[in-house]
Ligand binder design. Structure first.
Ligand code: ZN
Length: 63
């Protein structure tokens, strides 16, 4: 099961969660403040030139 990194927009905390790939786009509870944090990018800190250009299989946009 892959590890995904999440970034909390409220407090700025980042944390990792082990999730099945089918749940990778689900928001996870921030361990610091309890807000719902969305998945951030891990391997690509720089903006990708095209959408879905980074990550295995091309990552979908979180809408
Ligand atoms: Zn937080």
């Amino acid at each position: 099961m892959p590890i995904y990194e999440f970034a909390c927009a409220r407090c700025g905390a980042t944390f990792e969660e082990l999730l099945p790939s089918s749940r990778r786009d689900e928001p996870q509870k921030c361990p610091s403040c309890g807000a719902r944090a969305h998945r951030g990018v891990t391997a690509c800190a720089a903006p990708a030139p095209t959408k879905g250009g980074c990550g295995p299989g091309g990552r979908g946009r979180v809408t």
